[in-house]
Design a protein around this ligand. Structure first.
Ligand SMILES: Cc1ncc(C[n+]2csc(CCOP(=O)(O)OP(=O)(O)O)c2C)c(N)n1
Ligand SMILES: [Mg+2]
Length: 344
């Protein structure tokens, strides 16, 4: 059996979360999980079209990083696996669901669909269908914060940008070119590579010169760290350090989160390439169960409190589905609207 790459257990004593923080992290991960489970159901019922890529299993990365930032104020750039990043960034579940249904009330007005979540209001720079496409865009957002602060003298322009992408994307030229410029210009950006071991059916170890992606930061003189992406407290801790570094003007960080997607690449993927043993190994490391167990063990929450969060989120998602179903389709007469910025 292949030895799975994991990290020593994170020392939770160093995390020191309060009850409120723990519940907030739990709620955000449950929101991501339940939302995606509902997407699968709706997709198979024919309510969504095109490719839909789910994030189940990777929730600790989105929650751990984005909730260590100032959601809505800092910038987030995603990939085609973007629904949960959008939710953590504060885009309402109603708007994300409606976008998936292709409705006018969606966050991209029904024009984007699953892979193109966008919200100017929440500084969500977008989902991107092309692998690695969001990486240079995120660097542009980080550059404008720095430029506004240092050149235009705006003291409020201290936003940090989080840029999420996969292990496969880290083999793309845009990764290397952008890391080079970001380090050179000391941009306030966090590159978060979600190493889930697979790029569709290509195993990471077969596709890259050095599977330890965080080490690639060193050639750019950038800080690179690896973290257990199934442990939200560990992710939060490295993210907090990276955010502080970026905000202080000390430049970017590359965080490699070791994680796993619990479903196939997309909902159209029969998921036959990954071994049962591998899947079972990672299923047993479910980040939501891990945080729940920790909270109960530390007397930060009772089972009942966690259950009531589950119920609240389930109701929120049922409401999002109703909202999406009852929302209007975009008007065909507006087919060419929103293509250019002045149409806003
Ligand atoms: C430029 C480009 N090349 C190829 C594809 C087809 N493609 C879609 S997803 C994907 C795999 C990417 O894997 P990874 O970056 O690890 O992200 P994950 O799906 O695991 O989240 C590929 C090759 C694409 N969308 N864009
Ligand atoms: Mg991958």
């Amino acid at each position: 059996m292949v030895q799975e790459r994991t990290l020593p257990k994170f020392d939770t004593a160093s995390a020191q979360i309060t009850k409120a923080e723990g519940l907030m992290l739990y709620e955000d991960m449950v929101l991501g999980r339940f939302f995606e489970d509902k997407c699968a159901e709706m997709y198979y019922r024919g309510k969504m079209f095109g490719f839909v890529h789910l994030y189940n299993g990777q929730e600790a990365v989105s929650t751990g990083v984005i909730k260590a930032m100032r959601p809505g104020e800092d910038y987030v750039s995603s990939t085609y696996r973007d629904h949960v990043h959008a939710l953590s960034a504060g885009v309402p579940a109603r708007e994300v669901m409606a976008e998936l249904f292709g409705k006018e009330t969606g966050c991209s007005k029904g024009r984007g669909g699953s892979m193109h979540m966008f919200s100017a209001e929440h500084n969500l720079l977008g989902g991107y269908a092309f692998v690695a496409e969001g990486i240079p865009v995120a660097a542009g957002a980080a550059f404008q914060s720095k430029y506004r602060r240092e050149v235009l003298g705006d003291p409020n322009a201290d936003q940090v940008t989080a840029c999420f992408f996969g292990d496969g994307a880290a083999n793309n030229g845009q990764f290397f070119e952008t890391l080079n410029m970001a380090a050179l210009w000391k941009l306030p950006i966090i590159f978060v590579v979600e190493n889930n071991k697979w790029a569709i059916g290509m195993a990471h170890d077969r596709a890259t010169s050095d599977p330890e992606i965080y080490k690639k930061a060193s050639v750019f003189n950038m800080v690179g760290v690896e973290v257990d992406g199934m442990d939200v407290l560990a992710v939060r801790s490295v993210a907090q350090e990276a955010v502080a570094r970026a905000r202080a003007g000390e430049g970017p960080t590359l965080i490699e989160a070791l994680t796993y997607r619990f479903r196939g690449h997309s909902l159209a993927d029969p998921d036959e390439l990954r071994s049962k043993a591998e899947k079972e190994f990672w299923f047993s490391r479910d980040p939501i169960k891990k945080l729940a167990a920790y909270m109960v063990e530390q007397n930060l929450a009772t089972e009942e409190e966690l259950k009531s969060i589950d119920k609240k989120i389930q109701d929120l998602i049922d409401d999002a589905v109703k909202f999406a179903e009852s929302s209007p389709e975009p008007d065909p007469s507006e087919l060419y609207r929103f293509i250019f910025a002045e149409d806003e």
